[in-house]
Design a protein around this ligand. Structure first.
Ligand code: AMP
Length: 279
């Protein structure tokens, strides 16, 4: 596995691969890698002849400077994990100046999808995501790129932008990987105190209980309200809890086949997100 930090070095290698008729699979990440990320790498098995994983903690998608500073980082351990898979040809780890040189002024906005759920909760976040993902897809020349359903809204937004900008890449969705206690794997979990780590599985548990209530035919509003109270009683500050179409992300009052429950909630200053299909 080569570790590449420069855009031009990556471009040279990608051009060589292209000339040799290789196909490229890509997994963009912000590092601090866990099994969820490795599952994305595995999802590319048989889908491409070369694989690139990027690690870049993207400053322009953080609406909060402290959150950016505190985001967990550890390139050496990440490189060892990726090397251990035996599946990754390149770890691409550009620095901030490589991605956003002096004078950088462009933002990509995916209208509509960026103004709801995490978009309204974190202003500017999805412009930052759309911009960096577009750059990374162009830089890597990816034929296929894997994204986790853990960040379901991000997945919808990227599908939209790939379609709208005619980017020649296939987007592969990957179901959320969870700990045995149900907590969705996340780099941010490393920042939880032992006590918060004990509280955290109450988040997926509350979603499952809410889904059972909705499936039992109780009024959606009442189910959401009691789920919010459930989460508060377990120490969460609830940013949003919504039933939405998994297709359009529009709010739905009724149990449609594509309905999904979406939540963002914090324990202390650590913001966790999760989502689950209802039907
Ligand atoms: P991140 O490093 O958090 O930006 O995530 C990089 C990619 O890994 C995104 O496509 C995420 O959706 C995906 N990912 C993160 N956590 C999980 C998980 N628990 N299960 C599946 N995919 C995940």
């Amino acid at each position: 596995m080569r570790i590449i930090r420069s855009r031009t070095e990556l471009a040279t290698l990608v051009a060589q691969w292209r000339n040799a008729g290789e196909t490229i699979g890509f997994v963009p990440t912000m590092g601090s890698l866990h099994n969820g990320h490795l599952t994305l790498v595995n999802a590319l098995d048989g889908q491409a002849t070369r694989r690139i994983v990027s690690i870049f903690v993207n400053p322009i998608q953080f609406d909060n400077a402290a959150d950016f500073q505190l985001y967990p980082r550890g390139l050496e351990a990440d490189a060892a994990l990726l090397e251990g898979t035996g599946k990754v040809d390149v770890l691409y780890a550009p620095d901030g100046a490589e991605m956003y040189p002096e004078g950088f002024a462009t933002r990509i906005t995916v209208s509509g999808l960026d103004g709801m759920l995490c978009g309204s909760d974190r202003p500017g976040h999805f412009d930052g995501v759309a911009t960096v993902v577009t750059k990374l897809l162009l830089q890597t020349g990816a034929d296929i790129a894997a994204f986790g359903e853990k960040d379901y809204q991000q997945l919808c937004l990227i599908r939209r932008l790939v379609q709208d900008l005619n980017l020649p890449v296939r987007i592969k969705p990957v179901p959320t990987v969870r700990e045995a206690d149900g907590l969705a794997l996340s780099s941010r979990n490393r920042r939880l105190t032992p006590q918060q780590r004990e509280q955290a599985p109450s988040l997926p548990a509350a979603l499952r209980a809410c889904i059972a209530d909705i499936q039992a035919g109780k009024a959606v509003d009442a189910c959401l309200q009691s789920c919010r109270e459930n989460l508060k009683s377990h120490g969460f500050n609830v940013h949003y809890l919504d039933l939405r179409s998994g297709d359009t992300l529009l709010a739905t009052e009724t149990l449609t086949p594509d309905a999904r429950l979406f939540v963002a909630a914090s324990l202390g200053d650590i913001r966790l997100i999760d989502n689950m299909a209802v039907a």
